[in-house]
Design a protein around this ligand. Structure first.
Ligand code: SF4
Ligand code: SF4
Length: 430
């Protein structure tokens, strides 16, 4: 590698590094727009959750074939990226295949392993593209899957295929250059890329070096660009799945959490708790109208969502034709928090009303099926409940039937209209 290549590499890495660091800072600030909530209890249980659900992909295996293909992409991508370490060091130091002389036969073994993984990634990506675009799986074509989410899903698969093709091209031309004694480090045979050698053998040595270098640059620029791109894409889940599962809810599935400010008021009213002096300031709002009323974990959930639609495909409200998709709830939270993060202002809009309608949140049966189905433990129900609490407690705009039920509970301690004292009349002999 020439000095110009080294300088170019440093400049390219610095360019992507700068924008990546800025984007990470933005996402962090957006998540911190949410209310504080302590989720640092039970670190052992949380770590176990993270290893099982994010690292071990436990919940993915409810659907075996996509799970295996996803695992192939996931492991393949992780393992292949070990090679990126060599790419970076080669780029910085001006070397070529820095590790090969030190590792000898083990290097050949590792590179062959990477190539088999790369082939697995290509096959999985092709199958996933076919599922999305030829088989047109319904959950990838729901109303919220507008042009950008659909394009995003396809783009990432195509980028991965291009990155893997660059590896095969580089290794294939490299092997021909080794055979021609062009000063390339001896590495042994790479089984898969060796099959592509006939495609390049007619090229001159100079042209081969250009193709090999071009593939090298495409791969490393592709990796850096990929790292930046995922922060704007649903593929951010590659990273966010880990903190998201670590901080996930540890309570019993579907358990609704009381509002401490309401519990306190009721306790005082019933004489179970003494009224304190000034203590905490009164709550500014009951429930949630906008993203700042949600917790930081609700917002993190939105950044961890893979838009896979498993939640929506299990949602009974959605399946019976109601206007509710838990996936859309998560996408709306992310869009809204991004909007506030980018413009820095509220612009008179709010999550409830401008993004999510009351019709959607009133359609939810609180069944928890979406949470159960989510492969990364996202909790759309928690967000829906907070939005519903706002409509009930701040606006009194719940559906009329619900309002009747609320007042029955308040006066009769039961959802029905009968006074509590009459409730067991049916058991008395006439
Ligand atoms: S909790 Fe609500 S959003 Fe989730 S699956 Fe059940 S009905 Fe759908
Ligand atoms: S909330 Fe979970 S299940 Fe639903 S689309 Fe997002 S990642 Fe998939």
């Amino acid at each position: 590698m020439t000095l110009i290549s080294q300088i170019s590499f440093v400049l390219v890495a610095a360019f992507f590094g700068f924008f990546l660091a800025r984007r990470i800072k933005n996402i962090r600030a957006n998540i911190q727009l949410g209310r504080s909530e302590n989720r640092n209890d039970n670190p052992d249980k949380r770590l176990k959750n993270m290893f099982l659900v994010a690292f071990g992909q436990k919940k993915m295996f409810k659907r075996l074939i996509p799970a295996l293909l996803h695992l192939l992409i996931y492991v393949g991508f992780l393992v292949i990226n070990l090679e990126v370490l060599e790419f970076i060091l080669d780029g910085l130091l001006g070397t070529h295949r820095l590790f090969a002389p030190f590792l000898g036969g083990f290097y050949t073994f590792c590179l062959n392993l990477f190539e088999f993984m790369a082939l697995g990634v290509v096959i999985s990506c092709v199958v996933f593209l076919a599922r999305r675009n030829l088989l047109k799986l319904s959950r990838f074509w729901d109303a919220e899957m507008t042009s950008w989410p659909r394009l995003d899903g396809n783009l990432i698969l195509i980028i991965e295929i291009v990155l893997m093709a660059a590896i095969f091209t580089m290794n294939s031309t490299d092997q021909i250059l080794q055979e021609r004694g062009a000063g390339y480090t001896t590495t042994g045979t790479f089984i898969i890329s060796a099959q592509l050698m006939p495609l390049f053998e007619s090229l001159s040595t100079q042209a081969l070096v250009m193709v090999e270098r071009f593939a090298w640059w495409i791969h490393i620029i592709g990796i850096l660009a990929f790292a930046l791109y995922v922060t704007y894409s649903k593929h951010l889940h590659i990273f966010m799945a880990f903190p998201n599962t670590y901080f996930a809810n540890l309570e019993a599935p579907g358990k609704m959490v009381n509002m401490p400010e309401v519990t306190k008021e009721v306790n005082i009213m019933m004489g179970l708790q003494a009224e304190e002096g000034s203590a905490e300031p009164p709550p500014t709002r009951f429930g949630a109208k906008d993203v700042q009323d949600l917790t930081w974990y609700n917002i993190m959930n939105a950044y961890a969502c893979t838009e896979c639609g498993r939640c929506t495909s299990e949602c009974p409200a959605h399946l019976t034709g109601k206007k509710l998709s838990p996936r859309k709830i998560m996408m709306d939270v992310r869009d809204r928090v991004e909007e506030i993060g980018q413009t820095g202002e509220q612009n008179g809009k709010s999550l409830l009303g401008d993004y999510i309608s009351k019709e959607e949140i009133f359609a939810c049966t609180s069944c928890n099926a979406c949470v159960e189905a989510c492969p990364v433990n996202i909790d759309p129900l928690n967000i829906i409940l907070q939005l519903r609490r706002y409509t009930a407690m701040e606006e009194s705009s719940s559906p009329a039937d619900w309002n009747n039920m609320f007042s029955n509970i308040e006066t009769n301690f039961a959802p029905w209209k009968f006074p509590a004292a009459d409730r067991f009349n049916w058991s008395k002999k006439s």
